[in-house]
Design a protein around this ligand. Structure first.
Ligand code: ATP
Ligand code: MG
Length: 349
């Protein structure tokens, strides 16, 4: 039996952080052998909030960084297809067909788009940003994926993809699977500033490639319980970012329980809690950093990975678009006209 498929990916707007890891990357690493995986380097999506030439110029660097992060975390590039979205032109066409199947009010109800516009300081919603989830549907349906591992903020986008796939199948016949969403271990990891989402654009992230010193600095500046002005005052553990990170990244569960107990009863200072978190995070990140450095030193390797993956994705996209156009009857229009034109030319000569 053929393997079921995964599609997911990231916008090349910077390096990956701990939120990406727990939201999606961890599931990718876990499922990469069980599924046939397509990982999209979604550069067209960066244009929705950053269309300037200067931002476009940064895409290549960010794209390579994403791939370094993937491989450093354990993605095997020989097993998975890692590809550049903008180099797969069929997806642009798929996007257009899908645009006909969604209403504007349906898109306006998607909460993440407003958040994106806000964090990008956009006064009004660009048409392309409103259409972001439609392009994402084209990405997901291109390899006819069964499963989409993403963070919580993307759940509503996958829901729209399911609606589009159903609508297409209803109108033209069964071409697409209805993909399922898979939310990570932590659907939305808090930022170091206590904001509900760690994000590249909010300057509240710990990156997978941050040095041990930087991690220490970021942790020591982390937001904790604001009411706790002294170490001997009982503090709140629930919802406290420092303890959320301890729960997720500190494998020494005994240490975490001891810290929580002492925090609640005013018997431990923030400094100790943060030092232990720094140690846990660096323990988690050390092997990732080592692998990243190793891969980065192999000249041209990352470009080759992207090239190979993109060629495979192109082939897949060509087949899907062909199936779509055939089901819709769109390809038949041109086929008939060109055949008649050919016959007319021949009969004249
Ligand atoms: P940007 O700020 O540029 O939008 P981002 O940090 O939101 O970047 P994306 O590339 O938009 O990252 O998201 C990539 C994937 O990572 C998505 O599946 C998203 O849901 C997930 N993700 C991003 N941030 C978090 C987070 N803090 N917690 C859990 N998952 C996250
Ligand atoms: Mg985002």
């Amino acid at each position: 039996m053929e393997k079921r498929r995964i599609l997911t990916g990231d916008r090349p707007t910077g390096k990956l952080h701990l939120g990406h890891y727990v939201g999606s990357l961890q599931n990718r690493v876990k499922l990469q052998h069980e599924y046939e995986c397509f990982f999209i380097l979604a550069d067209l999506h960066t244009l929705t909030t950053k269309p300037e030439k200067s931002s476009v110029e940064e895409i290549a660097t960010h794209t390579r960084d994403l791939v370094l992060d993937y491989i450093a975390c354990g993605i095997d590039p020989d097993k998975s297809v890692i590809y550049l979205q903008s180099a797969v032109h069929e997806v642009y066409e798929m996007n257009l067909f899908f645009e006909m199947m969604v209403t504007v009010p349906r898109l306006q109800r998607i909460p993440s788009l407003k958040d994106m516009a806000k964090s990008a300081d956009l006064q009004e919603m660009p048409f392309g940003l409103l259409g972001y989830p439609i392009l994402q549907a084209a990405d997901i349906l291109m390899p006819r994926a069964h499963l989409v591992p993403v963070g919580k903020d993307n759940e509503s986008h996958v829901e729209l993809t399911r609606e589009i796939a159903r609508r297409f199948n209803y109108l033209y016949g069964d071409v697409f699977n209805i993909p399922d969403v898979l939310i990570g271990n932590v659907g939305s990891l808090v930022g170091t500033d206590g904001n509900t989402k760690m994000s590249k654009s909010l300057n509240n992230a710990i990156y997978l490639s941050d040095s041990a010193r930087i991690v220490e600095k970021k942790v020591s500046g982390m937001y904790t319980d604001p009411n706790r002005v002294r170490a001997d005052i009982p503090g709140t553990v629930e919802g406290n970012p420092v303890f959320i990170y301890h729960d997720v990244f500190n494998s020494d569960k005994g240490e975490v329980e001891d810290l929580k107990e002492r925090y609640r009863t005013g018997r431990v200072g923030d400094v100790e809690v943060k030092q232990k978190l720094t140690r846990a995070l660096n323990g988690f990140l050390d092997p990732i950093r080592d692998k990243r450095e190793d891969i980065a030193s192999r000249k041209g390797y990352v470009d080759e990975v992207i090239y190979e993956g993109t060629m495979k994705a192109r082939e897949e996209a060509r087949m899907t678009l062909q199936a779509m156009k055939k089901a819709m009857g769109i390809s038949g229009i041109w086929n008939r006209i060109s055949r008649k034109a050919e016959q007319a030319r021949k009969s004249r000569s």
